[in-house]
Design a protein around this ligand. Structure first.
Ligand code: NAD
Ligand code: UDP
Length: 313
């Protein structure tokens, strides 16, 4: 009997989410092409896969067109950490606009399924709490986060217009803060920063007064959500995230309790345009994808601490 395997293109596959997704796809026996320009991705995340028959790596920038045969495109390529996406904002916009345009054209040529990794950042600094998919967002075209936020907003618009004009089979995941193994040591986002600082015995750097909130989803749950979405017929934006919020002070305390009670916190200035609060409503994902997160923050942090312990030693 011949078993036909789907060819999955994962853009940004050497990054945090992309590499976790690739391991899961390969564990189901699927074929994977990882496309990455290594702007923030790490070879280490995929090095173990380079000899696998079902895995192929293409070093390429999504803002340059490419023609390959694929069945499904998981479009994750884009730096996600504020310090990285703000370090070259024009490149971030090019990746989001040209990169998404090129990957949608590739989906159209192949009649492939297409999933966009969008973000909760499209809600900006939200006036509605928690955020559901009907909320249009409170955003700013000229702030420090705008290159990423407006980039993702246009990527959602492009995807939607490809569906309207050409019937491209799109999916749009609005991903809320996610953490776990394969985040890079110099990623700069809060969970990896705090864990690395704590493991090195350094004080935890809380920006502002630490009362701002985020909702932290463990990566395995998020990857399962992306897979459920790709397998569904749902084509409108959908939130994927952990439906409980924590202040940054609470997160710091949890990490201190799990690593070393003697650790200190130091306050540093709040970066400009830092959203005050964020928490998803996930009723739509529960109804349409039968999805909700299963790993609580304490357990997810322990798994992530173990990961960073293993790579720092
Ligand atoms: P990451 O920075 O770890 O990974 C991004 C990957 O994309 C990297 O491997 C990088 O090298 C690659 N990349 C960047 N620009 C590229 C380009 N022009 N061409 C080819 N490859 C390119 O980030 P992540 O956390 O894994 O995020 C993945 C996706 O999910 C991003 O699109 C991000 O916006 C989205 N997202 C992530 C989160 C989260 O909490 N992790 C939240 C919301 C949205
Ligand atoms: N943050 C912090 N210390 C750090 C890194 C981040 O207090 O070392 C704060 C940051 O100001 C924000 C929150 O933690 O309020 C989440 O930051 P992150 O960069 O992880 O994600 P985003 O702001 O994009 O949601």
């Amino acid at each position: 009997m011949i078993v036909l395997k789907l060819i999955n293109l994962v853009t940004g596959g050497a990054g945090f989410l992309g590499s976790n997704l690739i391991y899961k796809l390969l564990s189901y026996g699927e074929k994977v092409i990882c496309l990455d320009n290594f702007e923030t991705g790490q070879k280490n995340n995929i090095i173990k896969l380079l000899n696998q028959e079902n895995f192929q790596l293409i070093n390429h920038d999504v803002s340059v067109p490419i023609i390959i045969e694929v069945d499904r495109i998981w479009h994750l390529a884009c730096p996600a950490s504020p310090i990285h996406y703000q370090s070259n904002p024009i490149k971030t916009m090019e990746t989001n606009f040209m990169g998404t345009f090129n990957m949608l054209n590739l989906a159209k040529k192949n009649d492939a399924d297409f999933l966009l990794a969008s973000t909760s950042e499209v809600y900006g600094n939200p006036e509605v709490h928690p955020q559901d998919e009907l909320y249009k967002g409170s955003v700013n075209t000229t702030g420090r986060r705008s290159c990423y936020i407006e980039g993702k907003r246009i990527a959602e618009t492009l995807s939607t217009e490809f569906k309207r004009m050409y019937g491209t089979k799109i999916r749009i995941a609005r991903i809320f803060n996610t953490y776990g193994p394969n985040m890079s040591v110099n990623d700069g986002r809060v969970v990896s920063n705090f864990i690395i600082q704590a493991l090195k015995g350094n004080p935890l750097t809380v920006y502002g007064d630490g009362t701002q909130t985020r909702s932290f989803c463990y990566v395995d749950d998020l990857v399962r959500g992306l897979m459920n979405l790709m397998d569904s017929d749902f084509h409108n934006p959908i939130n994927l995230g952990y439906p409980k919020e924590y202040s940054i002070n609470q997160l710091a305390e949890l990490i201190i309790q799990n690593i070393d009670l003697n650790l200190k916190i130091i306050l540093q200035p709040l970066p400009p345009d830092d959203p005050k609060k964020r928490k998803p409503k996930i009723d739509l994902a529960l109804r349409e994808l039968n999805w909700k997160p299963e790993v609580n923050l304490k357990d997810g942090l322990l798994l992530t601490i173990n990961y960073f312990q293993s790579i720092l030693n």
